[in-house]
Design a protein around this ligand. Structure first.
Ligand code: ADP
Length: 407
C-alpha cells in the first residue's frame, strides 16, 4: 500500500510517497511543484529509478496536483501505474484551533474548521485547503487525512493557553494560545525517548524547533504543557522575519509614530522583523553566520538576540516542569548550527546543562547527544521528520476504515 504526503503552501506543493508494509513505512519518492501561479513553474521528482525535472506553466493547485500524478506515474521513473495505488493522502494543516485534537479524515466539517481558522493562519490554512481540494479531485479514490500542527498542543492547561485580556474575547473569538510545529514535536519527542532509552511517560523534555519559523515546547510525560507560539505563529522566539515576543504597545506606537495602518504593522512584524530586521542583512542564518565570522556586528547582534530568547524559554520551561531531563534541538538551525547551539546553551551549568564542544561539532557521530557525560540535563540534536508522522497517521486512518469495511 502506498501513502502520499502533501505539504501545500501558497505557491508550492511538496510531496513524498511511502510504501507501507505492516506498520513499517519506507520513503520511495519525493518532489515538488514550485512557483504555482507564476509564468514558469518547476516540477521536480526523485524516485528509485531516477529523477525528473521540467518547467511548465502551472496555474493553480489542481494543475499542480495533476503534475504530481504525472511524475508519480511516469512509465520509466514513476512508482505507480494507476492513481488508485495511492490509498491514503496525508495533508499537513497548520491551524485546527481547539476543535481538532488529532489526525482526522477530511470531510465537510474538517474543511469548515480549516476555513474557520484561516483568519488566524492566513498564510497557511487557505493554501493547505487548496492542496486538499486539489488532491481530492486528482486522487479521488484515496482516503484524505489532515494532520494538524496545533493538535499536539491540545493538552495545554488553561493557565498556559489563556491570555490576560478580558475573558469574553476568549469565548467570543477564541483568542488564546494554540501553538504550532506539533507534527515535528510528535516525531522528536518519540525519537528522544528512543535515544535516551526512557519511556516518554517518564521524561520531561524541552524541545526547540529552530527553523525559519521557530518555537519551543515543554513536554512533560508525553503531554505538551506549554509552548512559545501563540494564537498565531508570530509569538515567542525571534524568527527569520518574525519578531516573536514584544510589548503589545509597540504595535500602537508604530501606528502612531510611523503613520502605519494595522495591516502595515502586522506585515512589518511578520515579514520585516526577526533576524532580518535586527541585522538588516538576511533572514538566513547561514548568511548571518558567515558575516558573524567576519566580525560583522549587525550579524552578531541578531544572532545574540535570537539565542538569548531561546535560552530564556528553556529557563522558563525548566521552572514550569520543575526541571528537565533533556533539551532537544531540531529543524534547520537546531540541527545544523553548532555556533548557534553554543550561543544558546553556554553558561547554563548551574541549571545542570553542560555542552560537550566536540560532540556539539558532530552530533551524528556521538549518538545525537551533545552534552557532556556529567551534564544533569542531556542535550540532544534530532533531525525532525514531519512527513513520516503524517504518513503514519494517514496509514492508521486508512487501516481503521478498511477494517470497518470502508474505503
Ligand atoms: P523551514 O522548514 O521552517 O523553512 P528549516 O527547518 O529548513 O525551515 O530551517 C531553515 C533555517 O535553517 C534557515 O534560517 C536557514 O538559514 C537555517 N539553516 C539551514 N542550514 C543551516 C546551516 N548549515 N547552518 C545554520 N543554519 C542553517
Amino acid at each position: 500500500m502506498k501513502v502520499l504526503v502533501i505539504n501545500s503552501g501558497s505557491s508550492t506543493i511538496k510531496f513524498r510517497v511511502y510504501e507501507a508494509s505492516g506498520a513499517q513505512l519506507t520513503e520511495v519518492a519525493s518532489g515538488s511543484v514550485e512557483r504555482i501561479g507564476e509564468e514558469i513553474s518547476t516540477v521536480s521528482y526523485r524516485g528509485p529509478r531516477g529523477s525528473i525535472e521540467y518547467k511548465v506553466r502551472v496555474r493553480d493547485h489542481e494543475e499542480g496536483m495533476r503534475h504530481v500524478l504525472r511524475v508519480l506515474s511516469d512509465p520509466e521513473r514513476g512508482v505507480i501505474s494507476d492513481p488508485s495505488e495511492i490509498r491514503g493522502v496525508g495533508h499537513r494543516v497548520v491551524h485546527g484551533g481547539s476543535e481538532i485534537t488529532g489526525a482526522v479524515v477530511v470531510d465537510e466539517r474538517v474543511e469548515g474548521v480549516i476555513e474557520k481558522y484561516a483568519k488566524m493562519a492566513p498564510l497557511h490554512n487557505p493554501a493547505n485547503l487548496m492542496g486538499i481540494r486539489a488532491a481530492k479531485r486528482v486522487f479521488s479514490g484515496a482516503v484524505h487525512v489532515a494532520v494538524f500542527d496545533t493538535a499536539f498542543h491540545a493538552t495545554l492547561p488553561e493557565h498556559a493557553y489563556l491570555y490576560a485580556i478580558p475573558y469574553e474575547y476568549y469565548l467570543k473569538h477564541g483568542i488564546r494560545r494554540y501553538g504550532f510545529h506539533g507534527i515535528s514535536y510528535t516525531y522528536v519527542s518519540r525519537r528522544a525517548s528512543e535515544i535516551l532509552g526512557v519511556p516518554l511517560e517518564r521524561l520531561k523534555l524541552i524541545i526547540c524547533h529552530l527553523g525559519s519559523g521557530a518555537s519551543v515546547a515543554a513536554v512533560m510525560h508525553g503531554r505538551c504543557v506549554d509552548t512559545s507560539m501563540g494564537m498565531t505563529p508570530l509569538e515567542g522566539l525571534v524568527m527569520g522575519t518574525r519578531c516573536g515576543d514584544i510589548d503589545p504597545s509597540v504595535f500602537y506606537f508604530l501606528m502612531k509614530w510611523e503613520g502605519l495602518s494595522a495591516d502595515e504593522v502586522y506585515d512589518l512584524l511578520n515579514y520585516r522583523s526577526g533576524l532580518l530586521g535586527l541585522s538588516g542583512i538576511s533572514n538566513d542564518v547561514r548568511v548571518l553566520l558567515e558575516e558573524y565570522r567576519r566580525g560583522n556586528p549587525a550579524a552578531a547582534r541578531a544572532l545574540r538576540v535570537f539565542a538569548y530568547r531561546v535560552k530564556k524559554y528553556i529557563g522558563a520551561y525548566m521552572a514550569a516542569m520543575n526541571g528537565a531531563d533533556a533539551i532537544v534541538l531540531t529543524a534547520g538551525i537546531g540541527e545544523r548550527s553548532p555556533v548557534v547551539r553554543k550561543l544558546i546553551l553556554e553558561n547554563m551549568e548551574n541549571l545542570g546543562v553542560k555542552l560537550d564542544e566536540a560532540r556539539n561539532e558532530d552530533p551524528a557521530s556521538h549518538g545525537w547527544v551533545i552534552s557532556s557525560d556529567d551534564s544533569r540535563v542531556k542535550v540532544l540534536v534530532i533531525p525532525t521528520n514531519e512527513e513520516l508522522v503524517i504518513a503514519e497517521e494517514t496509514l492508521k486512518k486508512v487501516r481503521e476504515l478498511e477494517g470497518r469495511g470502508g474505503a
